[in-house]
Design a binder for this molecule. Structure first.
Ligand SMILES: NC(=O)c1ccc[n+]([C@@H]2O[C@H](COP(=O)([O-])OP(=O)(O)OC[C@H]3O[C@@H](n4cnc5c(N)ncnc54)[C@H](O)[C@@H]3O)[C@@H](O)[C@H]2O)c1
Length: 279
């Protein structure tokens, strides 16, 4: 039987994920419902899909009270930190498994505790794809022995503009003329300053030593078009360094193609895998 996938958030990443499912990149799956508060985004995505969804919703209550929701096997959140925090508890309470793209939502302790408690209580599953990085397997394996984790993220002007960090300080990112370290702090602080740009720091924190202990450095480089992530870890019996250099997605420069591929791979494992590769 074909698996029905519902999508919350029809922006850059949601669009790419839905189109991959539509192109049969996940076996026996279809996009059955779309939910977004923005009608234009809903319409654009619907138009671009070959197999039209059964339901299109711009209101969360209408979505969860629909028969399309009842028939959904899996839900992907790809909207925003606020949306993940607003909706995911209800989705789990209503018995759905969820993939959360807005991993920064877990830096809020109240939210993450609620999710962990619900998973324990009702046996549902939450999936956080590794997104634009790798290495979460090693971090998880050594986490009890870690002395230090530093994530260095280097972004182009285009991929970081609009972040609260600049708005709060009344800074124009376009005036940055050379490679500049603009932020150093904890992952928790990084997520509040760059909520849409630094999901990687949430994943590194959750796989490793948490949002308060993980250190983050953000660099803006006006001369690059890629997004670079370096993870430097010192632990009791060794150290490792991982560097990922992501070109922008071929069809949407706002997002790293690796993040889309990782979400698709995560979805395949969630729906079908009977063998787990890596920790
Ligand atoms: N984990 C990863 O690797 C990864 C990679 C890329 C993006 N993301 C995250 O995925 C999310 C979406 O990213 P994007 O680039 O597609 O953003 P986007 O702004 O292009 O799209 C977000 C969409 O969600 C909708 N939306 C936002 N809040 C909503 C709400 N409360 N209710 C209903 N709809 C809502 C918006 O209308 C918009 O259409 C962000 O949180 C981003 O940080 C994660």
């Amino acid at each position: 039987m074909s698996k029905n996938i519902s999508l919350i958030g029809c922006g850059a990443i949601g669009h790419e994920i839905a189109k991959s499912i539509d192109k049969q990149q996940v076996p026996n799956s279809r996009v059955s419902a779309l939910f977004d508060e923005d009608n234009e985004k809903l319409d654009q995505l619907k138009q671009s899909l070959i197999n039209k969804p059964d339901g299109i919703f711009n209101n969360f209550d209408d979505f969860v009270n629909s028969t399309v929701f009842d028939e959904t096997h899996f839900i992907i959140e790809a909207a925003s930190i606020e949306a993940a925090q607003q909706y995911c508890v209800t989705l789990l309470e209503k018995g759905k498994d969820v993939m959360i793209m807005s991993t920064g939502s877990f830096s809020n302790l109240t939210f993450s505790n609620k999710i962990y408690n619900l998973i324990r209580e009702n046996g549902r599953k939450v999936y956080l794809p590794s997104g634009a990085i790798g290495g979460s397997d090693i971090l998880r394996a050594v986490r009890a022995h870690i002395d230090e984790v530093l994530l260095i993220t280097t972004k182009s002007i285009n991929s970081i503009k609009g972040a609260p960090f600049f708005i709060k300080r009344n800074l124009d990112v376009n005036t940055i003329g050379e490679k500049t370290v603009i932020f150093e702090g904890t992952a928790e602080e990084a997520i509040s300053e760059f909520p849409s740009n630094i999901n990687v720091s949430a994943l590194v924190s959750m796989a490793g030593i948490g949002f308060q202990k993980t250190k983050v450095r953000v660099i803006v480089d006006p001369f690059i078009s890629t997004n670079q992530h370096e993870i430097k870890v010192k632990w009791k019996f060794g150290e490792f360094y991982i560097k990922i250099n992501n070109y922008p997605s071929p069809s949407n420069p706002k997002t790293s193609y690796l993040a889309v591929l990782s979400a698709i791979e995560c979805l395949k494992s969630a729906l079908y895998n009977d063998i787990q590769i890596g920790s």
